[in-house]
Write a protein that binds this ligand. Structure first.
Ligand SMILES: *Cc1c(COP(=O)(O)O)cnc(C)c1O
Length: 372
């Protein structure tokens, strides 16, 4: 282990946060104190700024990891007799389909290749064939393989067919452009510990103002009801149940840095640079990227495992960790891969160091090349 620096997380959340964000957590806050209420209000305003959603949407924060908010969004927005179509091209899509089923919603899966983006034309056909479908769930960036799905085109198809759209934008929000003025969605979900570079512990859901009244009474959970959470927050400024105070103040500090950096375009530019630095460097070591670059989001990259018989992920992971970098296992069912994140409070220097650390890791393991 490097005695001078903690290992850098090349994972898609939790990720490496800045010292300033970490330091924000060194204080205790009363949940209904006016100072904390003001922080909640400021964060909610900033989140709406990111998607230009002040006219069209409200934002409702919720305790828990990102999945809690996806589950809460489906259970709050979809009526109990609704019919959800999940566009499935990876692990997070399958998770969304599972939680929709467990929430008691009739759920249909539209299966796509995990090495391709979901297809808006196929969606359009399916919506024509099955008029009972009321809502579509899509994942913006499928973190499983790293695919960028066509949000605008899917949203346009849903709007044309009069269907509600629920978007899991967990790993894209604040990095990729999402403009609520041109993209029509009923709900969009993200979380504190991804591209905003906060710490994990809370999610938030943008809900279209027009559908809010229809959300009352849909949810069969007390703690996960976003309609109740919203009503309570509007009335009191407070969270309904104990808020994750430290996560929240860290997020406020992370958002301040996000805004100082130049907001979403600046964040995307930094991540694109991280992505280019990573893939160029890994390419020189012989590694091969799994996805076609045309559908690759600059968020997380799936690489084929090296073909050498000496390769074993656990050893690779442990050695890379000793060299200062935390990698991520692959999430594909058929082939051996591993993933490297491009997000977090890191830049080109750290990405170059990461490539060097992986080169040392190959040497340590006696693997001559990263080629599959
Ligand atoms: C991170 C992530 C989630 C949430 O996962 P948690 O483990 O619950 O934080 C959901 N969807 C996508 C696409 C993600 O990247």
């Amino acid at each position: 282990m490097n005695p001078y620096r903690e290992a850098i997380l090349l994972t898609p959340g939790p990720l490496t946060t800045s010292l300033r964000t970490k330091l924000a957590m060194l204080r205790d806050w009363g949940s209904w104190d006016s100072d904390f209420i003001a922080i909640t209000a400021r964060v909610r305003k900033s989140l709406l700024d990111v998607v230009h959603g002040h006219d069209s949407h409200v934002v409702v924060p919720l305790q828990g990891s990102g999945t809690f908010s996806v589950e809460a969004a489906v259970a709050t927005v979809v009526p109990r007799d609704g019919h959800v179509l999940v566009l499935d091209n990876g692990a997070y899509c399958k998770r969304a389909a599972k939680l929709s089923t467990l929430m008691g919603r009739r759920t249909t899966i539209a299966a796509f290749d995990e090495a391709a983006a979901v297809c808006p034309e196929a969606l359009s056909k399916q919506l024509e064939q099955d008029p009972t479908i009321t809502h579509v769930v899509m994942i913006h960036c499928e973190t499983g393989a790293g695919v960028l799905n066509p949000l605008q085109a899917v949203a346009d198809v849903c709007q044309r067919h009069g269907k509600g759209l629920i978007v899991d934008a967990m790993s894209s929000f604040a990095a990729l452009e999402i403009d609520a003025r041109s993209i029509h969605f009923d709900a969009l979900i993200a979380a504190s510990g991804k591209c905003l570079e906060g710490v994990p512990g809370m999610g938030f859901v943008f809900i279209r103002k027009q559908i809010l009244p229809s959300c009352e009474g849909n949810n069969t959970s007390l703690a996960m009801d976003l309609y109740d959470q919203y009503q309570y927050m509007e009335k009191t400024g407070q969270w309904r149940f104990t808020p994750p105070t430290h996560v929240m103040v860290a997020l406020a500090e992370a958002i301040a840095q996000f805004e100082e950096e130049g907001g979403q375009p600046a964040r995307l530019a930094r991540y694109q640079n991280n992505y280019q630095t990573l893939t160029n460097g890994m390419g020189e070591l012989g590694f091969k990227v799994f996805l076609d670059s045309a559908i690759q989001a600059p968020i997380i990259v799936t690489f084929h495992a090296p073909g050498s018989p000496r390769y074993e992920f656990k050893k690779f992971y442990e050695t890379a960790k000793k060299n200062g970098f935390i990698l991520y296992p692959g999430k594909l069912t058929q082939i051996e891969t591993f993933r490297v994140g491009c997000i977090g409070a890191i830049g080109q220097v750290e990405m170059k160091q990461a490539v060097h650390a992986i080169q040392l890791t190959l040497q340590d393991m006696g693997i001559p090349t990263g080629a599959p």
